[in-house]
Design a binder for this molecule. Structure first.
Ligand SMILES: C[S@@+](CC[C@H](N)C(=O)[O-])C[C@H]1O[C@@H](n2cnc3c(N)ncnc32)[C@H](O)[C@@H]1O
Length: 171
């Protein structure tokens, strides 16, 4: 094992595997209550959160470049035209996004409300390690209601935790 590699070499991975499995189990059970016709996994890394789900089509997006497989897309999701590029990909792949997972870094996804307005997923699972940016992003959303909210003690003995919020489109 080499402890001196740069952060995120080989792609992001969660630091606490037991808790990661718990998070995935709960996320999976909740999302699979409804048939998943199309799944968009933003800030998806190596597909950790969506890999166990039963879906017909998936698009997993991350800035990490060594992603393998046709259902992975390398994209900077903070660049100006990221949403437009995703919409084009969705159309090209004929992906009907019923479910959206997002798990951004601490900076969150400031324009999440635009993303939801354009992509229109019925179900959303937002995973966050920073409740401040998560609340900032959620406050601007319209047309969705919060179904469930959970905290995971991913970083014991620190004040950090992981949040998971499920949203459902109202119409
Ligand atoms: C908290 S991790 C979540 C990864 C994955 N969902 C998981 O459970 O392992 C955040 C992810 O965002 C990716 N990321 C960071 N900045 C990004 C950007 N500008 N555009 C796209 N992805 C980015 C990182 O590479 C990392 O995989």
């Amino acid at each position: 094992m080499n402890w001196n590699k740069p952060y995120s070499e080989g792609g992001f991975s969660q630091v606490y595997e037991e808790m990661n499995l718990k998070l995935k189990k709960i996320l999976q059970e909740e999302l699979e209550k409804q048939n998943i016709s199309g799944l968009l996994d933003l800030f998806g890394g190596n597909g950790n959160l969506s890999e166990g789900l039963s879906y017909k089509n998936r698009l997993c997006v991350d800035i990490y470049q060594n992603l393998k497989g046709e259902d992975f897309l390398n994209l900077n999701l903070y660049e100006d035209h990221a949403l437009g590029k995703i919409l084009k990909e969705i159309k090209k792949r004929e992906l009907f996004v019923s479910h959206l997972i997002l798990d951004p870094p601490r900076s969150g996804l400031r324009d999440l409300h635009y993303w939801l307005d354009q992509i229109k997923p019925k179900y959303v699972a937002y995973v966050s390690c920073d409740p401040h940016t998560m609340v900032r992003d959620l406050e601007k959303i319209q047309g969705y209601s919060i179904q469930k909210s959970l905290l995971f003690d991913f970083f014991p003995s620190t004040f950090h935790f992981e949040s998971l919020i499920f949203l459902e489109r109202k119409d």
